[in-house]
Structures are given as structure tokens and as C-alpha cells.
Ligand binder design. Structure first.
Ligand SMILES: O=c1ccn([C@H]2C[C@H](O)[C@@H](COP(=O)(O)OP(=O)(O)OP(=O)(O)O)O2)c(=O)[nH]1
Length: 142
């Protein structure tokens, strides 16, 4: 499968190591300084044409909080198939839990493509007709 990618900065390191099944790392396309409790959209310096029927999911790298003290405010970014224009640059919405600096080209997150879910029809009913499973934590901890 091929994905068209446009880079917004010629100095940004290209994504070249593609191993089947591995998520692909993305880099900050600007040096970003953040104060504790600040929110910023970090540009990732790329736009892509995701293949038809797919979307992309972005999550932080596991080491991102340890390295930079930031979390992804939407927990997981969803890149819609339609987000494929020349100016549709991907971004990482970041919240800083301490003063921090993310340098240009730092690898801060990773993505993969996923098949879009099928078209669903929601059918309203009064009863689902199934046993209740029990709520949050009802299966205990052991
Ligand atoms: O972490 C993210 C999340 C989204 N996007 C881009 C791709 C996505 O297709 C677009 C819109 O995202 P979403 O639909 O989640 O945002 P919204 O808040 O619902 O806004 P919109 O009105 O644009 O749909 O923004 C990113 O670059 N990074």
C-alpha cells in the first residue's frame, strides 16, 4: 500500500524506516517552548493522502511524557480520509504538565492507518433483551 506524503519543511527528517506492522514516528516541525499548564498545537510537518477506506490514528510515543512532560489532549488523534488537502498539515494537540521545550525534529508521536468502520444504522429500541454485564470495576481486581 502506498501513501502520498507532503513535507512542509525540507529539513524535517523523512519517514523512511517502514517495517510491516510498526507504527510510524512523527516529528515536531517547529521548536516549541511550553510553560506548565499551557496548551499548544504542535505542527507535525506532514500532510498525507490516506488510501480510500482508511483513516489514521496518532498516539504519543510511550516515552513522550517522560521526555517532554506533555500529553495528547484528545488522547488519540483521528485523521479523517478527507483531510488530504495541500494545507491539511497534521498536528499534535499538547498539554504541558511542566515547563518544557520540544525541539524541531524531535520524535513525539506515532501513527498507523486503520480501516474505517462500516456504515452503521442505529435502531432505537426500548429493551436490548440481554443480561446486564455489571458496571465499571464489577469484575474486581484479582
Ligand atoms: O490529533 C489530531 C486530530 C485531528 N487532526 C486533523 C485531522 C482531522 O481530520 C481534522 C479534524 O479532526 P476532528 O474531526 O477530530 O476535529 P473536530 O474537533 O471534530 O473538528 P472538525 O470540525 O474539523 O471536524 O484535524 C490532526 O491533525 N491531529
Amino acid at each position: 500500500m502506498q501513501i502520498k506524503i507532503k513535507y512542509f519543511d525540507e529539513k524535517l527528517t523523512r519517514i523512511n524506516k517502514i517495517v510491516q506492522g510498526d507504527w510510524l514516528d512523527l516529528r515536531a516541525a517547529q521548536t516549541i517552548e511550553m510553560k506548565k499548564d499551557e496548551f499548544k498545537l504542535i505542527p507535525l510537518g506532514v500532510a498525507m493522502e490516506i488510501p480510500e477506506g482508511y483513516e489514521a490514528h496518532i498516539v504519543p510515543r510511550s516515552s513522550t511524557f517522560k521526555n517532554f512532560g506533555i500529553i495528547e489532549t484528545n488522547s488519540m488523534g483521528v485523521i479523517d480520509e478527507s483531510y488530504k488537502g495541500d494545507n491539511d498539515q497534521w498536528f499534535f494537540p499538547a498539554y504541558a504538565l511542566r515547563d518544557t521545550v520540544i525541539e524541531f525534529n524531535d520524535r513525539i508521536c506515532q501513527f498507523r492507518i486503520m480501516e474505517k468502520m462500516p456504515t452503521v444504522e442505529l435502531i432505537e429500541v426500548d429493551h436490548l433483551g440481554n443480561e446486564n454485564r455489571g458496571g465499571l470495576g464489577s469484575t474486581g481486581v484479582k
